[in-house]
Design a protein around this ligand. Sequence first.
Ligand SMILES: Nc1nc2c(ncn2[C@@H]2O[C@H](COP(=O)(O)OP(=O)(O)OP(=O)(O)O)[C@@H](O)[C@H]2O)c(=O)[nH]1
Ligand SMILES: [Mg+2]
Length: 211
Amino acid sequence: MVNIGLLGDISVGKTSILRLFVRYLKVGDIEKVKGGQKCTVIKTDFSGEATVPGGDKEDSLNQKETKTIHPNRIVFREDKSGKAHTIFAPGGDRQRAVVKMGIITISRIATQIIAVFSLDRELERQFEFFTDVRFFPEKISVCINKIDLLEGDRDKGLEDIKSKITNFFNKRKISVSDYFITCGETVSNFEEVEEFNNHVAEMILEITTSR
Ligand SMILES: Nc1nc2c(ncn2[C@@H]2O[C@H](COP(=O)(O)OP(=O)(O)OP(=O)(O)O)[C@@H](O)[C@H]2O)c(=O)[nH]1
Ligand SMILES: [Mg+2]
């Protein structure tokens, strides 16, 4: 049994990643991805999602319809081994006491942490989110999401971003065991959408079933 915590700054795509994974399980695509196998959803809880009234015009990242207040959660089972795993995705708005409580709780109970970053904004602000989280395992995984929004030379851009993220965590005595590059949304204007949607499912399977 693995408890995964998806942690990251506001709007990086944690809830989208969780929802996409649920869709893979329900539709059966999960067997078609790399390392895929049949899994069944046991429970989903997205009740901690709240609609944002009008959004916050001062902050473009808040201009979306919903944000996570209480951690989202799914439980699924690997059909073959019968093992069940839980994934938690707390909100990223740590300025709100109740959201912050979710972040701290999940960081304590998770046995595997996936730090989620988004390519739609500067890393510095996203690092700030993690300075608050005190309970970290020695090794974490990193998910770089919104690959569809990375402009310019992709390989070069990603190398640069990875080295900055590795440095940030190494300074805090945390090592990054692997990087996953994902698209957490079924965006229509992105040619490689399927490949990078698949990476979401592959990431979760790799972390739950192979460890
Ligand atoms: N273009 C693009 N948009 C994405 C991707 N993943 C998520 N989004 C969008 O990003 C926005 C925020 O997604 P959420 O999943 O709510 O982000 P979150 O990290 O759960 O946000 P909080 O829980 O409030 O911290 C939504 O509008 C998603 O549709 C992606 O890979 N590419
Ligand atoms: Mg969320």
